[in-house]
Design a protein around this ligand. Structure first.
Ligand code: UDP
Ligand code: MG
Length: 323
């Protein structure tokens, strides 16, 4: 089997409506670019007809390869699985719903040829997202920018082209908590942004709820930054200082005015306040502890139930970096 120049990686969860549209658009765009390519569709435990449609697509066109994960592992892991199995000299991650316009790929490839090792799409506006989603996304990028040591460019998503060097570097990061945007910027290399307008989903529905996004944001922050732990420490320090001041005030008042038995309110307030602060701090520590627990289990990131179009050697469930 010859190694293709470009590998497209498409994570898919219940995207049956998109398979035919996507197949047509991607084949068209890739045809225009004129490089050899493979399209790796990662079926992330879909429960609709996605699996069968993908198998049929592979039968019709061998350049479309399929990885069926054993269950739903989430987009970040699906993307990882696809990238692990990609053989191209450059790998392009793209959503299945055409919110990442395939037309941009030729520009990505041009910039890659010009020497950039990472070319990422940057959404310069999100008019097609709801106001609430825009607001929460902005807040998230701001908090992330402050807390994380690596800069995550605002508006950058997973839509990007990566040189083989970058893909191999990424392949060495096997942490379970895979906040891909964080990992992408952690590896560094010469990166360049291509601004674009994010269109509406071509068909189907978004797979992320607000609760899901909130948890995703927590994962993102705790995987990239230990600042919350430090904040917890400062919080404890501030509370301790306040307690000392208040205690001195009580002692002096008792010395000057003698002891007064009533003091129920202040006692209860102090107890509740300290109790609350302790629980918050414990919660923060717990978040990190949970992540350490996840990592120490050393489970494979994903399991491949079946694959179409890969050599046997390549389709092991967690390949290490290939050189
Ligand atoms: N996706 C996936 N596994 C999941 C959730 C989503 O593979 O558990 C895929 C989905 O099929 C799509 C991409 O990730 O190709 C982005 O998902 P979606 O469009 O629902 O996210 P949004 O654009 O609304 O943020
Ligand atoms: Mg989408």
């Amino acid at each position: 089997m010859t190694v293709p120049m470009l590998s497209l990686v498409v994570p898919m969860l219940n995207e049956a409506e998109m398979v035919p549209i996507l197949k047509e658009r991607l084949t068209e765009v890739m045809g225009e670019i004129g490089e050899t390519y493979e399209i790796i569709c990662v079926n992330d435990g879909s429960r609709d007809g996605t699996a069968d449609l993908l198998d049929a697509a592979h039968e019709a066109d061998g350049r479309i390869k399929v990885l069926h994960l054993s269950r739903n592992f989430g987009k970040e892991i699906a993307l990882t699985a696809g990238i692990d199995h990609a053989q191209g000299a450059a790998v392009i991650a793209i959503d299945a719903d055409l919110q990442d316009p395939p037309e941009l790929i030729s520009e990505f490839v041009r910039l890659w040829r010009a020497g950039h090792e990472v070319v990422y799409g940057q959404r310069n506006e999100r008019r097609t997202d709801t106001a609430l989603k825009r607001m929460t996304a902005n807040a998230f990028y701001r908090v992330m920018g402050r807390l994380a040591r690596v800069d995550i460019p605002a508006g950058a998503g997973d839509f990007r082209l990566m040189d083989r060097k970058v893909v191999d570097a990424l392949g060495q990061l096997r942490e379970r908590n895979r906040f891909m945007k964080g990992l992408f910027s952690w590896v560094g290399y010469r990166q360049i942004a291509v601004p674009y307008r994010r269109p509406r989903r071509a068909a189907g529905r978004t797979k992320f709820s607000y609760w899901g996004l909130w948890n995703f944001a927590l994962d993102g922050i705790t995987s990239q930054s230990t600042v919350p732990l430090r904040v917890a420490g400062y919080l404890g320090f501030v509370v301790a200082v306040i307690s000392v001041i208040y205690a001195s005030f009580l002692v002096i008042r008792t010395l000057v005015y003698g002891s007064d038995v009533p003091g129920y309110a202040s006692t209860i307030v102090a107890v509740l306040f300290l109790g609350g602060v302790q629980l918050i701090v414990l919660g923060v520590i717990g978040e990190y502890l949970a992540r350490i627990f996840e990592e120490t289990k050393q489970r494979p990131l994903y399991l491949v139930q079946a694959s179409r179009g890969f050599d046997a050697a390549v389709s092991a469930s967690t390949p290490k970096t290939r050189t």
